[in-house]
Design a protein around this ligand. Structure first.
Ligand SMILES: Nc1ncnc2c1ncn2[C@@H]1O[C@H](COP(=O)(O)OP(=O)(O)OP(=O)(O)O)[C@@H](O)[C@H]1O
Ligand SMILES: C[C@@](O)(CCOP(=O)(O)OP(=O)(O)O)CC(=O)O
Length: 415
């Protein structure tokens, strides 16, 4: 067998602390406001994508989580990412041939692709799979095509798969600058600080059980654009100031400011949903009870300091940002009020060994915490608590056998 043109990449999930909600161009995916997110560690949540290019493939195919997507021709977002990267590859091949006089350029831009991707977290959990998935797709394409472009340039391609995906191309703390050009040439992701910048910052994801959400982000945000009067105020007066304050808070590792803006921005995003006509509800009773627990935790501690910040995307799951020293207390609080079903390991796997020999949910509550604030919920209302940290951007997987395609270029695992 000749040379195999194949690359495998893993990519992270990101959770915004200043939310993207609204497009000014739905085709190019240009947002109505800038946003900012934290990239989460790939040790716990990641997408993995293998792409092979071969003259022997009859057509370009995509398998997602072991199932072939047989309608990729109709998937405009995917097609935009494929055609943009292919166009850049073609330009690159021509440059090599003409300017550099290289005559054995491999015409990868003409080959069909086999794309195989998996998310290591339940897609049904609503954990922003499109962000890590499209970031992974764009990054793998750039690797296989050896595109001579920067990560920020590449973010403009990932953006066309799913807006929030552009932020998953960097680790650490990432801004998506909304840009002002109609062609999207300045709507891009930039890194604000690297993943090592604030090692104490950690995240807890509370997976709240839910039937499938009825309004996707894509549809929901356009309903908001079309009907909400609050959105204009947010775009013009709120987000520009918050972006500046948030970037400063991150640079200074100022958790007070970081937490305040994070919670206020999550609240405003859900206020926008309520201001949409007809309204959209993403939070449920469990989400609201988590907000009450975190609010009590922040207001009852003797130092009167914000020790945790909740944020919610287009679903009921809570993400709680906090600093290392508070993590055990918060996990214990969540486990007390929202106990899991019988299988403890599925509920909380304790990746950092914080509760060795101790039972979560049964440790003493923090000093001053009013334990009557909410009732204890029946088991299973929080399905899982994931404890994770800030992480890095997409990574190329080196091992020849770690890819998702077999020797012949077909998925190793199918459902
Ligand atoms: N690993 C992947 N590779 C390529 N595309 C993916 C991958 N994972 C998810 N996607 C794409 O993202 C879509 C799911 O996006 P959707 O926005 O519905 O869910 P979500 O990202 O989990 O939620 P939200 O964006 O509302 O927070 C899938 O149908 C698929 O097209
Ligand atoms: C609430 C959010 O998570 C919305 C994410 O929306 P998507 O990026 O999923 O939307 P599309 O661009 O239509 O694919 C907030 C955020 O991540 O900033």
């Amino acid at each position: 067998m000749g040379t195999v043109y194949e690359k495998t990449v893993t990519s992270p999930v990101n959770i915004a602390v200043i939310k993207y909600w609204g497009k000014r161009d739905t085709n190019l995916i240009l947002p109505t406001n800038s946003s900012l997110s934290v990239t989460l560690s790939q040790d716990h949540l990641q997408s993995k994508t293998t792409i092979r290019a071969s003259p022997d493939f009859e057509k370009t195919r995509l398998w997602l989580n072991g199932v072939e997507d047989t309608a990729i021709e109709k998937n405009k977002r995917l097609q935009n990412c494929l055609s943009e990267t292919r166009r850049l590859r073609k330009e690159y091949e021509e440059r090599l041939r003409k300017d550099k006089n290289v005559d054995n350029v491999i015409p990868l831009s003409e080959y069909n692709l086999h794309i195989c991707s998996e998310n290591n977290f339940p897609t049904a959990a609503g954990l922003a799979s499109s962000a890590s998935g499209f970031a992974c797709l764009a990054y793998t394409l750039s690797q296989i095509y050896e595109l001579p472009i920067s990560t920020t340039e590449l973010s403009k391609i990932a953006r066309q798969g799913s807006g929030s995906a552009c932020r998953s191309l960097f680790g650490g703390f990432v801004a998506w600058e909304m840009g002002f050009q109609d062609d999207g040439s300045d709507s891009q992701a930039v890194q604000i600080a690297s993943q090592d910048h604030w090692p104490e910052l950690e995240a807890l994801i509370c997976v709240v059980s839910d039937t499938k959400k009825d309004t996707s982000s894509t549809e929901g945000m356009q309903n908001t654009v079309n009907t909400s009067t609050l959105l204009r105020h947010r775009i013009e007066h709120v987000v520009p100031l918050r972006m500046k304050s948030m970037i400063k808070a991150i640079h200074e590792r100022d958790f007070q400011k970081f937490a305040e803006i994070t919670m206020q921005d999550s609240n405003q995003f859900h206020a926008l949903c309520l201001d949409t006509y007809p309204p959209i509800f993403y939070l449920n009773d469990v989400s609201r009870a988590i907000i009450r627990v975190i609010t009590e935790y922040n207001s009852s501690n003797p130092e009167r300091k914000l020790k945790a910040a909740y944020t919610f995307d287009a679903g009921p799951n809570a993400v709680i940002y906090t600093t290392s020293e508070n993590v055990p207390e918060i996990i214990n609080l969540i486990a007390k009020y929202f106990p899991g079903n019988e299988n403890t390991r599925d509920y909380f796997s304790d990746p950092f060994q914080l509760f060795v020999g101790k039972t979560i949910g049964e440790q003493p509550l923090p000093l001053g915490f009013n334990d009557q604030i909410i009732p204890v919920f029946p088991k299973g209302n929080v399905k899982q608590i994931l404890h994770t940290k800030v992480g890095d951007g997409p990574k190329v997987v080196a091992g020849e056998f770690d890819g998702l395609l077999n020797k012949q270029g077909w998925p190793k695992k199918l459902k």
